[in-house]
Design a protein around this ligand. Structure first.
Ligand code: AKB
Length: 324
């Protein structure tokens, strides 16, 4: 493939939970040299550094983003750098600055350089006024967290850039993401990942939400597939330029602990809810994603049982190899 037809991709937040795995997947698909990983605070892994270019980018600086875009002749950006819900409540000013000014800078650079953008929104756009079961694609959005506020504002900004400037920006509303490679940081749904690490390491976990807390979740392979599938879809299929609901599974913290106990029978989970309980209680318990299924063929593969089996297998292997 010539350089012109080959994609030249920038991934912001490439050292994060989703970014680290998405970058490796994109490098497999488009060659390492064509996928620039950009991080800021977290140290990049050896794997990330060895498999393609890495750049330090502060997304609150438009100049920083533009420099990398020009240097590598970028035509696609996966903009994942963000402050999540729990950290956002501890520092709302930081959440606004990173999530809103960062997205604005990316959209401006994309507009000026004719770049396709993927940006993740979240189930955090919904607040207590929205139906909590099978939350529809289009419904009332009055989030109670600053993270949710930045996601609603971000969705509107993306839609504006599409209708006003014709910018090809695409988005999904991710639920909690479960993965075995890079731990999440600062989210309300982080317990659904921590519980696996602690179950394998210590046979014990103190969960920061109640046992009966039900939230929508998704396993990393489906999370990556959602981004790739949406970005590969024909423009005419993408009727929603705010963001798409994407669902995979819903379970309570207690149901997750019970599923893990099938593999680690002595595992004990206790529940000590903290400030994150209130955030979880304001979010949907399940999501109606029929619009994404219909318009661009979204179809998740993993449920609670298959995700848990795979997580335990992968983490046990990593721990046995001393690789964590
Ligand atoms: C969080 O918990 O903040 C995120 C999310 C649901 O967007 N994982």
């Amino acid at each position: 493939m010539s350089r012109k037809t080959m994609k030249r991709i920038l991934v912001t937040g490439a050292t994060g939970q989703i970014g680290s795995e998405l970058t490796m997947e994109l490098r497999k698909k488009y060659d390492g040299d064509n996928v620039v990983a950009a991080g800021h605070k977290r140290k990049p892994s050896e794997k990330l550094l060895e498999s393609g270019p890495f750049e330090y980018v502060d997304i609150t600086s438009k100049g920083n983003i533009e420099k990398v875009v020009k240097e590598y002749d970028i035509d696609t950006i996966y903009h994942l750098a963000a402050v999540l819900s729990a950290t956002g409540e501890e520092n709302p000013q930081l959440a606004w600055n990173v999530n809103i000014n960062g997205l604005y800078n990316v959209l401006e650079v994309a507009r000026e350089h004719d770049i396709r953008v993927f940006w993740p929104s979240s189930i955090a756009v919904f607040g207590p006024e929205a139906p909590r079961i099978n939350t529809p694609q289009d419904t009332i959005l009055i989030p109670r967290t600053i993270y949710g506020v930045t996601k609603v504002a971000g969705e509107l900004l993306c839609n504006y850039y599409f209708t006003r400037f014709g910018l090809d920006v695409r988005s999904v509303r991710y639920p909690g993401i479960i993965s075995s490679e890079t731990p999440p940081g600062g989210g309300t749904t982080d317990y659904a990942v921590e519980i696996f690490y602690e179950a394998i390491r210590n046979r014990h976990y103190t969960c920061f939400v109640r046992e009966d807390t039900v939230l929508p979740m998704m396993y990393m392979p489906d999370c990556i597939n959602a981004a790739l599938k949406l970005m590969e879809a024909d423009s005419s299929q993408i009727k929603h330029r705010t963001s798409y609901n994407v669902n995979a599974m819903s379970f309570s913290a207690g149901e997750l602990a019970a599923e893990i106990r099938k593999y680690i029978p002595e595992f004990k989970c206790e529940y000590e809810p903290d400030f994150r309980q209130k955030i979880a209680d304001s979010w949907p318990m399940s999501i109606d994603d029929s619009v994404a299924r219909r318009e661009w063929g979204w179809n998740p593969k993993y449920d609670l049982a298959s995700m848990t089996r795979d997580m335990i297998e992968k983490l046990k292997k990593r721990f046995a190899e001393g690789n964590f």
